[in-house]
Design a protein around this ligand. Structure first.
Ligand code: P6P
Length: 359
């Protein structure tokens, strides 16, 4: 008969493999309320979407019509990849017949998408970027999916999602899927940030890192320096600073989720500032910056436009963009200090010119 020590050894391993996403959400909710049950079911559906997309990605080079462009452009004016369309549909399909999500708002769809049979009982809206970083697809580099869940409040009378134009503080859950060597699902319902790793042999996401906390400072700065010529002088000041001080290292993968995941785990800062061509920046608020800002604050970090907390920004339209500076508390503040210094100098210059004109 096995002795107690052997039984306990098995128990740890079995318990670990039993810490699935749906069980963890209920444990984090400390409740079996209807909302807790809803969140658990929502996360399970997102996990199913992640598995379906991961399965296609791992075989994309072998599957007819999986890679390459569709020849269309999306509402962002970006060329649409076949995988963008596939992943967008996967998220829709996993929520049909769910009774959970009445409406989905996606980077790939100009207007929100309604699932009539889920409305009005469906009490939630899913906002998502189904494949983020799709420029990496054809070279087998990491891509991601980003999601946020908001309660379905108010009436979207004209179907354009005007009721979604609220700050990120109204998110009740957020996360991302990182399709890399492992498929990771990182989420928060406001009780910390937790990482799950897909075990393909089980077909389950299993808890691999609970209560992720970002260091107050880290060595990594992640930005596309090819845009240097397009940046505000204050951002150039920050880049010149890190070029001239020891202890910094540049990492940029061209896909937000992978760059963010590195910062979350190692510390540092990711920046996508406004440019001459895109003064508001490139990244979208509702389904890219706001979900990641929700996560980073839960992990002890910060997310800013440079002058405002991302989670306080109220968008004027569904696909609104914002500049994004996100990561370790001290590193985000350092970038902001260069912006504040330039603003101070500008005010002094204006005052001086005004005084000179008065003389
Ligand atoms: P750039 C991918 O298209 C994306 O939206 C983000 O995933 C990524 O951080 C950014 O754009 C990269 O943009 O201009 O550096 O190629």
């Amino acid at each position: 008969m096995a002795d107690m020590e052997q039984i306990l050894d098995h128990k740890y391993a079995i318990d670990r493999d039993c810490m699935t996403l749906s069980r963890h959400v209920l444990q984090q909710s400390h409740s079996f309320s209807s909302e807790a049950q809803d969140l658990s079911a929502l996360m399970s559906r997102i996990a199913l979407a992640a598995k379906l997309i991961a399965r296609r990605l791992t075989r994309a080079g072998l599957v007819e019509d999986a890679l390459g462009f569709t020849g269309q452009t999306n509402v962002q004016g970006e060329a649409v990849k076949k995988m963008d369309v596939y992943a967008n549909q996967v998220f829709i399909s996993v929520f049909e017949q769910s009774g959970l999500v009445c409406r989905l708002a996606s980077e790939e769809m100009e207007e929100p998408y309604y699932i009539p049979e889920n409305c009005p009982i469906g009490r939630y809206t899913l906002l998502y970027d189904p494949i983020d970083g799709s420029s990496n697809l054809d070279t087998n580099l990491n891509v991601g999916a980003i999601f946020a869940i908001r309660r379905q409040e108010g009436d979207d009378l004209d179907g354009t999602g005007q009721d979604l134009l609220q700050s990120g503080r109204s998110q009740i859950a957020a996360g991302y899927v990182l399709f890399g060597p492992s498929t990771l699902l990182v989420y928060s319902i406001g009780t910390g940030v937790h990482t799950f790793t897909l075990d393909p042999s089980l077909g389950e996401f299993i808890l691999s890192h609970e209560n992720v906390q970002i260091p107050a400072h880290g060595p990594v700065y992640s930005v596309n320096e090819g845009n240097f010529w397009q940046w505000d002088e204050s951002i150039r000041d920050y880049i010149r600073y890190v070029h001239r001080h020891e202890g910094y290292t540049a990492r940029y993968g061209g896909a937000l989720v992978g760059d963010f995941h590195r910062i979350l785990n190692q510390g540092g800062v990711f920046l996508y500032p406004g440019t001459v061509q895109k003064p508001e920046g490139k990244l979208r608020l509702l389904y890219e910056s706001a979900p990641l800002a929700f996560l980073i604050e839960q992990a002890g970090g910060r997310a800013s436009t440079g002058t405002e907390e991302i989670l306080d920004v109220v968008p004027r339209e569904l696909h609104a963009r914002t500049p994004l500076i996100i990561g370790s508390r001290d590193d985000v503040s350092l970038v902001e200090s260069f912006i504040q210094e330039r603003q101070r100098e500008e005010r002094e210059k204006t005052t001086w010119e005004w005084a000179k004109d008065e003389r």
